[in-house]
Design a protein around this ligand. Sequence first.
Ligand code: ATP
Ligand code: MG
Length: 418
Amino acid sequence: MVSSIKAVRGMNDILPDQSYRWIHFEQTIHQWLAAYGYRNLRTPILEQTDLFVRSIGEVTDIVEKEMYTFIDHLNNDSLTLRPEGTASCVRAVIEHNLLYGSPQRLYYLGPMFRHERPQKGRYRQFHQVGVEALGYEGPDSDAELIIMCARLWKLLGISGLRLEIGTLGNSETRATHRVDLLKYLEQHRDKLDEDSLRRLYTNPLRILDSKNPALQEIIHDAPKLIDYLDSESETHFQQLQKTLREQDIAFTINLRLVRGLDYYNRTVFEWVSDQLGAQGTVCAGGRYDGLVEQVGGKPAPACGFAMGIERLLALMEQNDVASPPAPDGYIVHQSEDRGEFAWKCAEFLRDHGFDIVLHCGGGSFKAQMKKADNSKARYALIIGDDEVQAKQITVKSLRESTEQVRLNLTDVMQLIRR
Ligand code: ATP
Ligand code: MG
């Protein structure tokens, strides 16, 4: 026997019993973003490797060890499957000069790829919705992004998410803080773990992001970025908080919120759930004023966020908000015209907006009725020789114990209309 081929580890098939939830989710996302004036952007899944190295930063989990990078042997280009969407979005905005004249509210949604250890809530192909406001200095834009998330949780029927916000100041803030942080961490060098030692001189701020319990005390007492804030960043952060309070958005300030990517400054935020175990962050974002210039565009401020669709769907599943789709009718047929009338009926009903499954493959009425029931259709629409003669359909409810009736097509439509 030939050995079977399996999907790539950490990359999931989304089967029909799940995918209707995805469809419901995606439809909600498009409506939600339209309500805020955000427009959809679709970029390729592959980019030049340099784009991610330059934008995300060399000393990050993503670039150090998570990217799917390969050489296109047809022309020797180094290509990478996108690990996130902001870099591609910024690249496209620069390439097509979208910021010329006006700022842009943009969003995208789709698969991202990271070579991580697969576990619950962490996959190698996963999906994100990304929302970016480019050309806006904020803090009103920062507030808008957060406030619109709060609305989405309501639309999706998700509750219990916690909002944490923080600020990273500007690059000088981080440079001065870095000096003191390094001094402090060097004093506690003996207590650092392997990851932290590796990052000590390359990206010490990220050590504060460590989830290692053994490090929590050192992290707790480390110099805090907020004590180094420049006055403009301070005002920006205060104004954001004021707007959130005015709009009744509850939040906590997390002084240790450090985003995994290098390009953030000022505002950072995360929405976190307690119902997902260790992988509790469903949405993460912030401001990245330096990125557009870093990727080769004219300097432009920007902020945005990305949310993990798998994690949000896991929360939605717990609340079971979407119901699986069911056809309105399943046509069961066996007649001397070899299905001619049945086909006509099916197309006619579809013309009028009904979802109809036409039985294929023949078989006895009894066998077909079983298939009709399994299809979850609300009605069996039965067509035998008598029905063909009379140009009628016998309608039998599959969900209620009502008598079956033989009707003209127009009356069938009356009856099965939701
Ligand atoms: P984490 O700390 O969980 O590794 P991250 O900082 O790498 O997260 P981001 O790059 O900010 O995550 O991505 C935004 C969101 O995308 C995360 O909050 C999460 O919901 C989701 N996400 C990130 N990586 C994965 C993954 N491998 N599988 C599923 N979802 C993911
Ligand atoms: Mg990660």
